[in-house]
Design a binder for this molecule. Structure first.
Ligand SMILES: [Zn+2]
Ligand SMILES: [Zn+2]
Length: 391
């Protein structure tokens, strides 16, 4: 057991029970024994916590900090340079609350538990090969999170109605699907903001038409319109702002699923408070800040290229070259809520996920080939009927 296991993080003032947990429906701390509730205090903007460097601080080497004053609260961004430096020094403060951390030996996900309960199986892949880990990796503290708004009962309800709304599934699927373990896990993301100044040059093509004389196969002289392109050099510049470019930092979720689930409303972020984690799990980020920034940069550059292409005049273009200058890059480490679960049908397991903010469901479900074949046969019959009727 690590020293971080002293689980009396948020004792109940009502009954003295060791652990209150964050309750999704009421958005408050709630005691599971006596029902006592307490609000999660909104963290004050000033003074800034120790891990958030105050504004105006000078960076290493006496250079003035390059950032403009950051916006307040949950939306407070942090300078990328400062973050990368901090990352290098491993100066993160972690979750700000004692956690137990388990690492899955199968899929590699690292999940922290802010409470006494620890699962024996991996939340992501179900593997039993989970090992307790000393939390000496000093991770960057999350700036903000979207608290769970969907509780377990509502997540299951969303799942059932999702299952009922699917096409071409076995008729007894909704009745017989047996939901197994369902876990609320905060998934780590990085979000980036940046201003980009893009200079581009290209050749802009303008179409014009010329009459061309030709001789057709029977030897007759004719004329026709031929499209030609006049190429002209073109250049331009533009200034764009990219806000909340979201990069998933999870190890346990597949890229594909994580991308399909990135429908979170980041305007609902609240400042991070360890109390939100009480009774829940949080996956530790597996993608480092630097790598995430590279991915964000690539995404932003691709977007800028598209925008510049749209600026090139004329009917067509070639040889587009874009030079981007980034400035005011800031980042946030955020946690977004997700229910991870599986169900069994016909002896086979299927995974599904419920967005803990919106209740949106993504998942796998068995297909009914009988229904699909019947549907195809029906379509074929209808087409045949139409063909016969119109003869
Ligand atoms: Zn209590
Ligand atoms: Zn796993």
């Amino acid at each position: 057991m690590s020293e971080a296991t002293a689980g009396t993080t948020f004792p109940c003032p009502g009954c003295g029970a060791p652990e209150m947990a964050f309750d999704a429906p009421s958005q408050q701390m709630k005691c599971p024994y006596c029902g006592h509730t307490a609000p999660v205090p909104p963290r004050q903007q000033a003074p800034a916590p120790a891990q958030q460097a105050p504004q105006g601080e000078t960076a290493e080497g006496g250079q003035p900090a390059p950032q403009a004053p950051a916006p307040v609260g949950a939306h407070q961004e942090r300078s990328l340079q400062e973050g990368l430096q901090q990352q290098a020094q491993r100066a993160g403060q972690g979750y700000g609350t004692p956690v137990q951390t388990m690492k899955c030996q199968t899929c590699g996900a690292t999940v922290s538990f802010a409470g006494t309960e620890v699962s024996k199986n991996c939340d992501f892949c179900g593997s039993q090969h989970v090992l307790e880990q000393e939390s000496h990796r000093r991770v960057i503290t999350p700036q903000s999170l979207v608290p769970f708004g969907v509780d377990e009962a509502k997540a299951k309800e969303s799942f059932k109605s999702w299952l009922g709304g699917l096409w071409f599934r076995p008729s007894d699927l909704k009745k017989k699907a047996r939901v197994g373990a369902i876990n609320g896990v905060y998934i780590p993301y990085w979000t980036f903001d940046a201003q980009v100044y893009s200079q581009w040059r290209a050749e802009a093509g303008h179409y014009y038409y010329e009459q061309e004389a030709y001789t057709d196969s029977s030897g007759q002289k004719k004329t026709r319109q031929v499209k030609k392109t006049r190429w002209e050099p073109a250049a331009g510049q533009r200034q764009d702002v990219h806000d909340d470019v979201l990069i998933v930092a999870s190890q346990g979720l597949s890229r594909d699923i994580a991308h399909r689930l990135s429908t979170f409303d980041t305007s609902k972020l609240v400042p991070y408070d360890p109390q939100y984690l009480a009774g829940w799990r949080a996956e530790e980020y597996a993608v480092e800040l630097q790598d995430a920034w590279q991915e964000a940069q690539q995404r932003i550059e691709a977007e800028q290229r598209n925008r510049c292409a749209g600026d090139v005049p004329g009917d067509t273009q070639r040889g587009l070259q874009v030079q981007n200058q980034f400035s005011g890059e800031t980042f946030k480490h955020v946690l977004l809520p997700l229910w991870i679960a599986s169900y069994r049908y016909g002896g086979k397991p299927y995974q599904f996920l419920v967005n803990g903010q919106t209740g949106e469901v993504k998942g796998e479900a068995p297909l009914s080939w009988v229904k699909i074949i019947l549907f195809i046969l029906t379509i074929v019959a209808i087409i045949a009927a139409i063909v016969i009727a119109t003869r």
